[in-house]
Ligand binder design. Sequence first.
Ligand code: ACO
Length: 357
Amino acid sequence: MGVGLDDAVAAETALSHVDGAEGLLILRGLRVEDAAQKMDFEAMAALLWQGLAPEADDSSGLTSALGRARTRAFDHLPRLLPAADGLTPVEGLRLLLAGLADREPGSHAVLAVAAMPVFVAALERRANGLDPVAPDPRAGQATDLLTMLSGTEPDAKRAKALDTYLVTVADHGLNASTFAARVVASTRAGMISSLVAALCALKGPLHGGAPGPVLDMLDAIGRPENARPWLAARLAEGDRLMGFGHRVYRVRDPRADVLKKALAGLPSDRSALAEAVEREALDLLARHRPGRALETNVEFATALLLDAVGLPRSLFTSVFAVGRAAGWAAHVMEQERDGRLLRPASRYVGPWPQVAA
Ligand code: ACO
């Protein structure tokens, strides 16, 4: 086993399975392609939380519970929001999430997941000098996030595309942020602390921080004919191309295709450029690391989709967290129910005490 824990088994889970050789993501028995077609975010959360949280016994019950909890999260804003001034959106989200107390009544899974869109929208509006917009407890998380951001009801196509995104990224095996959540959950530190840990892991550019930089890359390239020289220069300098490569997938990430399909219904003025960049990047990466299959990952498609939904790139990582929170919470509950303290070993390579002569 490598020092990056490749192939180490740290937990048993009934939640999701990633087959990197086949390009398969299975969520509780459903392929991600089917889940994204059939379900909204609330149904996906209910599926993941089945048997773990009573609120998930039916998806309409969970929709109402999340709606009510968004209102409770909104009540926390006057206390929490001013402290986030000057922070980036994801740093602000980290602070607000950490501001929820362990003594909060009710299900912390429901509260924390419901709080995510409320906090994301309120932080963004405050950064623009605007007051927060109260949630609509009858709406779904995707629609309500867009409404709380703009103050008006979103166009149905955009809301649907965002909902598909939230479903698609809801869970993904033992990725770095989910692992972080399970480590903290294994100490019995509780749901809120576990989700804060997960968010901290997600924000890095090698994990959930990549889609903003993907859009920066597209902007810097500007035109399809610039793609090859620009990308080749980055690789020659030893940079990584954002939106490509994955620890587990050795073929195309199946989520990339789900998101590409969802994007097809939305106007996007970047599609020709994105296609050229993807084509040239894959060709250059194959030459750059011939022994290593470096394919398009979910973050490339995420950048295009969230941009077409009309979200600013500074929010991409936080919006990823809105979706992934469902999976994090499920893993925390599963870890708390079935798991042991996670305590791996390290290989000591430092000096040993000198033996006295
Ligand atoms: N561009 C250029 N080279 C790359 C890339 C890339 N995107 N990805 C991997 N490589 C190279 C590495 O430089 C390394 O080369 P070396 O052995 O000569 O040093 C080799 O491929 C293997 O890299 P590792 O870091 O060991 O591969 P790992 O599987 O751990 O990396 C990761 C996965 C971190 C996602 C990587 O592919 C990467 O940095 N991609 C760019 C960032 C990105 O898109 N992140 C989002 C991932 S998806 C998600 O988390 C939701």
